[in-house]
Ligand binder design. Structure first.
Ligand code: FAD
Ligand code: A2P
Length: 287
């Protein structure tokens, strides 16, 4: 992570982002390649990796980019990946599933330090603060690799300026699958610049569905029976105060959206900021 000396977290992070962005666009090495600088395997199906950050590569925390590898026939195989590192960091980070026989991840799973991967320069996404109305609390609801955009957002000081409390809920099948989010949250709490904000304002609620754990149950159930809010001593979800970002399988996204609709929450977009926004963590039904 970037080591910054400035005493003001916001000014320091802003300065870091500006200096990364001040390089000419043409600085991105052809053909859109970055070098892998670290790899961590969390389970036999989940790994994260870092790359260097091309000068001029700009993005908003929560966005995704196309990354990939060149196949044996010299063809680029690219897929959408949320950028898991915040916009101010000097490296890029990604959190990946391994799909058996998946065109990209069956090969991406073998990346090692020094390997090159493709990173397309365009970034986009719906999980942006500009799409949400002001509010008191921001709920970030993720399953599986849907945590990736929130790994960026919980390290972005802007969310702690916009919202008094940020509630991150990460649902997985097993405790081992929580390893990455547990590490990111612990590191963020200990970070010299953002640690104080994170410790004061972020509530982290990991939940598993197929093992015993301190918190069990699907996110949909935790929301519907009010257990999530009550376990944090928060009032029930209310569109007057609460804003929500959702990133998971199509089933999770649809089920939560249906619950929110019943409570009169409205989906936000850039021309009409609203109460919640949704992004798919992947296409298809899951593995
Ligand atoms: P594919 O042919 O792309 O997928 C095969 C099948 O595997 C899919 O039909 C689906 O059923 C299942 N699958 C794919 N991705 C996942 C997943 N992440 N979790 C569970 N099941 C999955 N993937 C990541 O691992 N990390 C990310 O940060 C990420 N961000 C994404 C952001 C967006 C907006 C979208 C649309 C997708 C994102 N994906 C992410 C999914 C990613 O684009 C690829 O689908 C994934 O890397 C598998 O690629 P593949 O070529 O091996 O298999
Ligand atoms: P469950 O174990 O009950 O299926 P996956 O690994 O399949 O992507 O699932 C990740 C987590 O998301 C699991 O805890 C899973 O619970 C949960 N999940 C899957 N579908 C939904 C849904 N429609 N609503 C809420 N949680 C879901």
């Amino acid at each position: 992570m970037t080591q910054l000396q400035n005493p003001s977290p916001l000014a320091a992070l802003d300065q870091a982002n500006k200096s990364l962005a001040s390089h000419p666009k043409g600085g991105i090495s052809a053909p859109d390649q970055v070098t892998v600088t670290a790899v961590t395997h969390w389970t036999d199906k989940l790994f994260s990796f870092q790359t260097d950050r091309p000068p001029g590569f700009r993005f908003q925390s929560g966005e995704f980019a196309m990354i990939g590898l060149v196949d044996d026939e010299g063809k680029a195989v690219t897929r959408a990946y949320s950028i898991a590192s915040p916009h101010w960091d000097d490296h890029l980070e990604f959190y990946s599933i391994i799909v058996p026989d998946g065109p990209l991840t069956s090969r991406l799973r073998h990346v090692q330090i020094g390997d090159k991967i493709i990173l397309r320069p365009k970034t986009t996404g719906t999980l942006g603060l500009a799409r949400l109305r002001d509010g008191q609390r921001l709920y970030l609801l993720a399953t599986g690799t849907g945590f990736a955009p929130f790994a960026a957002l919980i390290r972005d000081p802007e969310i702690y300026e916009r919202f008094e409390q940020v509630i991150l809920v990460h649902g997985c099948r097993t405790i081992a699958e929580l390893g990455y989010s547990q590490k990111i949250v612990a590191d963020s709490r200990a970070h010299p610049l953002i640690g104080e904000m994170v410790t004061r304002q972020l509530h982290y609620v990991p939940s598993v569905t197929r093992e015993n754990f301190t918190q069990t149950g699907r996110i949909t159930k935790l929301l519907a029976d009010g257990k999530l809010a009550s376990s944090l001593s928060l009032p029930p979800l209310d569109p007057a105060f609460d804003r929500i970002m959702i990133c998971g399988s199509i089933g999770l996204n649809q089920d939560i959206a249906a619950q929110l609709l019943e409570k009169n929450f409205h989906e936000g977009n850039l021309s009409s900021p609203g109460d919640y926004v949704i992004e798919r963590a992947f296409f298809g039904d899951g593995i």
